[in-house]
Design a protein around this ligand. Structure first.
Ligand code: HEC
Ligand code: HEC
Ligand code: HEC
Length: 189
């Protein structure tokens, strides 16, 4: 419910009150605190590019919290309770590569590796888990990563003292995976 209220507030914001990420073209996006860029294996294209072939996965993702994770960085909780305990130096959480490292996708990629359709505000999107998808979109025979069970806890869902205020239950793959699972029905052949 909190997320719906937050989204409603963001949508109701006066024209011109854009999110930080919206004010910049991906090519211009500079993330404060980014020490170095990492050249990824392919270009990030954003979830809309996956949708034509993976509609069910797209719909499941869009309804999940992963699609909201960058929006959370604009909240008062992020700014006043979590950021100070995390010791970030950036002027605000949504400009911090530290926060966006978990709450966003491909933030450390050089600008040339972000397609114009890619938006950081889309949060933990397909390519966070599967890797950048431009080559696969062009030729689906080029496989993307299938993340292993350990991927979630190793990368983002580890205990964080800074996040105590969130009050999240300790991460359990068995409990949480069904909330985002998007395996496709097997084709009979
Ligand atoms: C290591 C990964 C990681 C980093 C770094 C990180 N977060 Fe998070 N954040 C998470 C995860 C995972 C959750 C979901 C709750 C949980 O499991 O703790 C979360 C939840 C949140 C929420 C909760 C939203 C809600 O209402 O439930 C806020 C706000 C937030 N983070 C802000 C921040 C800010 C601000 C920073 C940077 C100072 C940051 N996070 C850095 C992984 C991270
Ligand atoms: C939070 C991580 C995460 C996100 C975000 C995510 N996926 Fe996945 N995806 C997984 C995992 C984990 C699997 C299961 C891998 C396995 O069991 O082999 C998977 C499997 C898949 C599969 C294989 C399905 C099958 O039946 O074998 C496809 C296709 C896929 N994802 C597409 C997408 C698309 C498209 C998006 C965005 C709209 C997306 N995923 C977002 C983690 C993620
Ligand atoms: C043009 C259609 C098309 C688009 C666009 C597309 N895929 Fe796929 N995808 C496929 C097909 C077909 C397969 C099955 C390939 C196979 O079985 O070898 C597949 C398989 C996958 C798998 C399972 C692992 C693998 O590679 O076999 C994942 C994960 C996946 N896609 C994710 C994505 C993501 C993420 C995007 C967006 C960046 C995306 N796909 C865009 C057609 C597409």
């Amino acid at each position: 419910m909190r997320y719906l209220i937050l989204l409603a507030l963001l949508l109701a914001a006066p024209a011109g009150a854009q999110l930080y990420e919206d004010q910049l073209e991906p090519a211009e996006l500079g993330i404060e605190e980014l020490a170095a860029t990492v050249v990824p294996p392919s270009v990030y294209v954003g979830p809309e590019a996956c949708r034509p072939c993976h509609e069910a996965a797209y719909v499941k993702w869009l309804g999940s919290k992963h699609a909201r994770t960058s929006v959370w960085l604009h909240t008062r909780m992020a700014r006043t309770l979590i950021a100070p305990r995390h010791g970030i130096k950036a002027s605000s959480p949504e400009k911090s590569a530290v926060c966006l490292g978990c709450h966003g996708t491909g933030v450390d990629a050089p600008a040339a590796y972000r397609d114009p359709g890619f938006r950081i505000r889309e949060g933990v999107s397909c390519e966070k888990c599967h890797g950048p998808g431009a080559d696969h979109v062009r030729d689906p025979k080029i496989d993307l990563r299938r993340p292993a069970e350990t991927f979630c806890a190793e990368n983002c869902h580890r205990p964080k003292e800074s996040h105590a205020v969130v009050g999240a239950k300790p991460f359990s793959f068995a409990t949480f995976y069904p909330k985002i699972s998007h395996l496709e029905p097997k084709q009979d052949q």
